[in-house]
Design a protein around this ligand. Sequence first.
Ligand code: TXA
Ligand code: MG
Length: 314
Amino acid sequence: METDIEKAARLIKAGKVVAFPTETVYGLGANALDAAAVVRIFEIKERPAFDPLIVHIAHLKDLPLISTSTDERVMLLAEKFWPGPLTIVLPKTKLIPDIVTSGLPTVGVRMPNHSMALEMISTAGCPVAAPSANKFGRVSPTNAAHVRKQLPCVDFVLDGGPTKVGIESTIVTLHESGFEILRHGFITREQLEEVLPYFQGESKAKTAAAPGMLKSHYSPIKPLYLLSDKILGRADLNNAGFISFSGIYNNRFENIVMVSKNTLLSEYAVNLFSAIHSLEESNNIEYIVAEPVNDEGIGMAIMDRLRKAAYQYL
Ligand code: TXA
Ligand code: MG
């Protein structure tokens, strides 16, 4: 009997598109060396061709297939953070089709820290290009049901239960003088600084076609607001779904999703997208209110996602 992991690997080898779990969010994967298969990812996601994909590997020995980099810092980062939620943007090889990188000379690479993902990639025998498995601009999936809700036509969903990190990987690029964070994630600047010096430059992401950097992204289908005095003054708070972190404001709301038991930012990150998904689906909720946190550590990544989700309602 073929296992689900073997089936997912076989489909990827055959040029199909498969959703699979990682430690961050579910990915929508295809053979990164097969341009036609990668085109299907863009079609299924309704993703514009200017938004490049991350390539996932299971073994460090496969990195030279994907990147020409000889930068010693890549090994330092890989040793410390892989497998794990860190994507490194590196010069690409000719083997990687232009569609994967949206024509950029660079490619984002990461090794996910999830046994099913690693086994699937290993068994498929090719690097796997995968964006988050949601419609473009919408909230990323943290379980298999979220994927099926948004992408019912995907060839197969490899179900690995809920994801452990809950927000997407940190994306870094390397400059001569240090590193630059293109997208905040679970791995914080402080953790990266322990390995590499920090580059205080202007973000190149604005011109590097990285819509993860767009001001509006992660849009829920209902309005999402950050908690403020103005919001607390609304007369219709009973129609709101509240994403609560500290518990301090719980007496003001009727519909509450607590994202943390122990007031830990890592718990907020794990539960944030799943809270948005459940409030999106809840019939008696007209709009969502989320409790903000300080822009420190993982709070940077949480606030990045919340500001983008709230952007059109600011
Ligand atoms: O945790 C994650 O990173 C998840 C899981 C599935 O691995 N993937 C993910 O992929 O979040 P996606 O496509 O939703 O976001 C990838 C973002 C792009 O939107 C773009 O901003 C950035 O990565 N990116 C990819 N390649 C890049 C490159 N060569 N240069 C700059 N940014 C790049
Ligand atoms: Mg995404």
